[in-house]
Design a protein. Sequence first.
Length: 238
Amino acid sequence: MVGTWEAIVTPKDWYAVTTVIRERGRGAGVPTGGLVHKYLLTGILRCGNVSEDGTVCNNKMIGIKANDWLKYKHAYMCKKTVDGGCNKTYKRGDETDRFVVDVVIAKLEKDAASRSRDVPDWDKAEALERALRSRKELERRWHDDEDTDIDDEAFFQNLPVIERRIKELRTDQAKHEALKAEAEAAEGDIAASFQGKTLTQKRKAIKDALVAVVAVPGGKGNKAFDYELLKPVWRTSE
């Protein structure tokens, strides 16, 4: 609940701190009753190899330890045919992970900026100013010995109505400022926040943003890594 008293921290700082606490409160990132994956994109990558009959494999790719003589430590590959795959697509792990993380962070930053812009300015400032002027005028007339319309009884009958209105407006203003601050805090260093997550939390963030990433085979031979062969499929609804 947002109060009307003087704050000891700004709403923006408060939401930044509570966001970190919520992240830490989710534990070590080991899912209850689920698989614990060793590689970031296992099951998220889908094989985009097109067979001779024109069908796409679309099998979930798995993470594997790379051969010791390679410069990278892991890779992703389509399963063997006996396991339902086509065994035609292979991607080095570090570059694939980097690409997917970068595009997801960019999407999160864009969405956060959009949410911040969508919070309108508080539109009841004039109403609050009028209520404050009304209270001040009521007090002035009460103290004015020549104003016979406002005696003690009339003053204390009218004062609670005005003060209740002032309290309602200030509470609404504080809630709006907190909402705005929360949206602005979400625009903070999203990249650093993402990198601070556990592997499981990173996988969840990626799966919340993406339905899948289609990996198209790059052909045979030692070729430069081609990011164009990775096709993110974004979620379009909650």
